[in-house]
Design a binder for this molecule. Sequence first.
Ligand SMILES: Nc1ncnc2c1ncn2[C@@H]1O[C@H](COP(=O)(O)OP(=O)(O)OP(=O)(O)O)[C@@H](O)[C@H]1O
Ligand SMILES: [Mg+2]
Length: 428
Amino acid sequence: MPSEPREAFVWIWLPGAVDPVVAGRLDRDPASGIISFTYGQSYLEREDRISLYLPELPLVRGEIAAAAGNLAGCIADAAPDSWGQRVILNRHSSEAVDTGDLNPLVYLLESGSDRIGALDFQESPLEYVPRSKRHATLAELVESAEKVERGTPLSPELDLALLHGSSVGGARPKALVDDRGRRLIAKFSSTADTLSVVKAEFVAMELARRVEIEAAPVSLASADGKDVLLVERFDRLADGSRLAIVSALTILGLDEVAARYASYAALADQIRARFTEPASTLRELFARITFNVLCSNTDDHARNHAAFWDGEMLTLTPAYDICPQRRAGGVTNQLMAIGKDGFRESRVAGCVARASGAGSSSTLTRPRATGASEVRWSSSRAAGGRRSAIGSAGCPRRCRGSWRRGPTSPTACSRRSRRCRRARRSRG
Ligand SMILES: Nc1ncnc2c1ncn2[C@@H]1O[C@H](COP(=O)(O)OP(=O)(O)OP(=O)(O)O)[C@@H](O)[C@H]1O
Ligand SMILES: [Mg+2]
């Protein structure tokens, strides 16, 4: 692989498809570092084409420059974040010392192909060659992750095993593993941890599910005497198809530099305008905000919320990365502002005050047309049993409905809209 690639081809799993097709090309301008995207002619001519994400990559001919930052947000969401970059840097340790030393296209082209969402990046527009995975035990992956943190080179086998999960975002050490048909993200302790972050995240995620927040199912494992959090992936369906995902950062039209301007109030506006089932999604979002406050998850940045994208509409993904953070003093702040007024204090009363403010259309929980729908953190909810449907995703039949899912597999489209029924009939 050349160390200075100028282009990379974007492949996409279209809704319901089990094989990818080429969607277009990324070109990096070496002078400015800006990476533009151009849809392929053959893709634009497909009947089942979808935009990689709107409004940033509309289905038009010609080069599309990133609206914010150097790279379109939906592509950046599929790129390795600081952990994956460290794994890749580890294999380039003879030529680069800092993650910023490598061309961003290297991260796209070398990271594992089983990335979050429905995109992958390839050197060729003609042939799709997934970057192969190597099997490694959980204990071997834990040991390899520690080596990467220390900057110690890995054996070629372990390098490939860890590289497989390098495309998953986030800063904490992790890998992708399969366990009897379950597709899992394994999150490891970091050598920098001063408390059991893995256990804390397990407890918070489990508590969230018990109070009926739609959270990704988690379990706790042990490898080599160390805790490992296993998180079930919600972007893969049992039939082998993949669900496209964009982060709240992308939905808000922000890049990493502007991430501090992200707010839940702005996300609520997007939910009202562009999400399936906005009323219940607003209630779910409000539950997630207050749960973050209650369990001290102050690391609620805009890449810790995401939505499925079906080419037209967004559907909130199950919650993930709910991890209590150590508090220094009595008063602390959420990373994402809660209100339009910039309020970000970790106080439930402040959330409630912004939930359905009198006469305002920019509240956290009020649907667009139906007036106030105040949400209370009710004791019955906090005590609550589990709902049968624990996850949702955009219906792959693009009916604007959403799949309601059991713990491991999709069951049905919740909305059963006319369009979905039509699609069902035509597919027999
Ligand atoms: N269950 C899941 N299914 C599919 N994708 C997921 C799931 N959990 C997390 N992700 C994706 O993986 C990314 C990284 O996961 P996560 O946020 O848990 O890692 P992290 O290293 O703890 O992140 P941070 O840097 O915020 O601490 C997320 O931003 C999201 O895109
Ligand atoms: Mg995260």
